[in-house]
Ligand binder design. Structure first.
Ligand SMILES: Cc1ncc(COP(=O)(O)O)c(C=O)c1O
Length: 465
């Protein structure tokens, strides 16, 4: 009987597959020989493979533009990168090198925009979509950008009070978007998203505060289904509702030209991941086109704000197994050299799954394990995958010369922002080192350290010692 870990993967999935292969028995990720990186830098380590970012941007652009061309869609497509998915300069600047526009969500994000301007990475004609609830400091920062000449900034109203502020403080004109709240999925705890305005309030608000206001111009209708872009009745229903609202608003507003469908494009979270991007994009375009034809309004420009899709697949987080513990007849624990809760907080907080593969020992037999994090929290573990509620990994023999190394892949979005990379961590377990990998002009892999392992001193300082 074939009991090797390799056979398990070979029989369960197509392997090798895009981005994942074996070289001399060791796993490679986008052709990166991970074992060399581990030997060079040690573990744990986080890595970002920069070329993946541009590849994803090009992929989505091609899909939208082809779908639009083939259906005779007259609007344009605009790719905004949603900075909150990863604010790191190497990520945002790589996305900007591929011509993206930006979507931001807080006052400090405006400081980031100003820094990008100082570094010569953007010019004032870039489109910036400002989303999110707007406390006074965010309103002030947005107005500052508008008054400083960011001519394509669109501030998306989440609450009606924002309009009064812009009216009063903008020198010339503010380009406005309106976010309409979507209905949540039927199994969610709330009926309507707290983000955006109730559908029924949108047109009255437009008529009351924007229509005859010389300082405000409506350019965009925004909606975002938090649970992501899916081929479900729920998603298509919400999209249709938004397009109908767009049509009704368009009849009132000359300048309205953009429908922003937000983020939520999924990424590969398992080797068995199947999502037909081409079909979904074609359906999005055709749904918008059909609805616009029905209500007889010109098709809008389509904006997306893909965060996870842009940067998720560029990231990996690698640990080594420090010890194994057989806690009863059936429960084997692999104790790793960092905390899962703090390096992959989405796995703990919202049950997110990532591609999990060992870097070595593919020829060993496999068995079922639980992966345990270093913190003392009993929920610091990982023990299920997307395709089954178990984790299988190679047997880690005491006689093996090498430690067992484990990689969680496609971890590039949100994990650092939610865990607060470099801040205070549960049980003072430090943020791992962060390595950036790129291709040089000849196409050779080059790596550099962005941050070494967090020091005790950096934590003690924040803690006031
Ligand atoms: C308004 C808005 N746009 C875009 C995104 C990005 O979503 P994703 O990373 O799933 O593409 C988010 C995520 O929270 C969001 O709130």
């Amino acid at each position: 009987m074939a009991n090797k870990y390799f056979d398990l993967i070979d029989q369960t999935f197509y392997f090798p597959q895009n981005g994942f292969d074996l070289e001399n028995g060791y796993l490679t990720f986008n052709n990166i020989p991970l074992i060399h990186l581990i030997k060079k830098y040690g573990s744990p380590l986080k890595l970002t493979y920069l070329p993946s970012i541009g590849r994803k941007i090009k992929e989505a652009r091609n899909l939208f533009r082809r779908a639009m061309r083939s259906q005779g869609y007259s609007g344009k497509y605009h790719y905004c990168y949603c900075t909150k998915s990863s604010h790191f300069a190497h990520v945002v600047e790589e996305a900007l090198d591929h011509g993206v526009q930006l979507e931001i969500s807080s006052a400090y994000d405006v400081d980031l925009i100003r820094r990008l301007l100082e570094r010569g990475k953007i010019t004032k004609d870039i489109t910036i979509v400002c989303n999110g609830f707007k406390p006074l400091n965010y309103l002030q920062a947005i107005t500052g950008l508008i008054n400083d000449g960011f001519e394509n900034l669109i501030t998306v109203v989440d609450n009606a009070h924002e309009l009064d502020y812009y009216s009063k403080h903008v020198n010339e004109k503010a380009k406005i978007g309106i976010r309409v709240a979507t209905e949540e999925e039927p199994n969610f705890e709330f009926y309507t998203s707290r983000l955006g305005l109730r559908g029924a309030d949108v047109i009255p608000l437009f008529n009351e505060k924007i229509k005859d206001n010389p300082k405000l111009e409506l350019h965009m209708l925004h909606f975002f289904v938090d649970t992501g872009i899916k081929d479900s009745l729920y998603y298509w229903g919400e999209l249709k509702k938004a397009v109908r609202l767009y049509g009704a608003l368009k009849q009132e507003s000359e300048q309205l030209h953009a429908l922003n469908i937000g983020g939520g494009m999924p990424i590969r979270n398992s080797l068995g991941f199947e999502f037909d991007y081409k079909y979904m994009v074609r359906e999005i375009v055709s749904n918008i086109l059909e609805a616009c034809e029905e209500i007889e309004v010109p098709e809008p420009d389509i904006y997306t704000e893909f965060g996870k899709y842009t940067v998720g697949e560029s990231g990996a987080t690698i640990f080594s197994v420090l010890e194994q513990k057989q806690q009863n007849d059936s429960e084997m624990w692999y104790m790793i050299d960092n905390s899962l809760m703090t390096t992959l907080p989405d796995a703990w907080g919202i049950g997110e799954r990532f591609i999990l593969l060992p870097i070595n020992k593919w020829d060993n037999n496999y068995h079922r394990v639980n992966i345990g994090g270093l913190s003392c929290d009993n929920s610091d573990y990982y023990n299920s995958e997307i395709h089954e509620s178990q984790v299988y990994l190679p047997v880690n023999k005491e006689t093996d010369e090498e430690k067992l190394y484990l990689g969680f892949f496609h971890t590039g979005a949100y994990q650092d922002n939610i865990s607060g990379y470099g801040g205070i961590k549960h049980c003072m377990i430090p943020s791992p080192q962060h390595i950036i990998i790129d291709l040089d002009e000849e196409g050779n892999l080059v790596d550099r350290v962005l941050h070494p392992k967090q020091t005790a001193e950096s934590m003690l300082q924040i803690l006031g010692y």
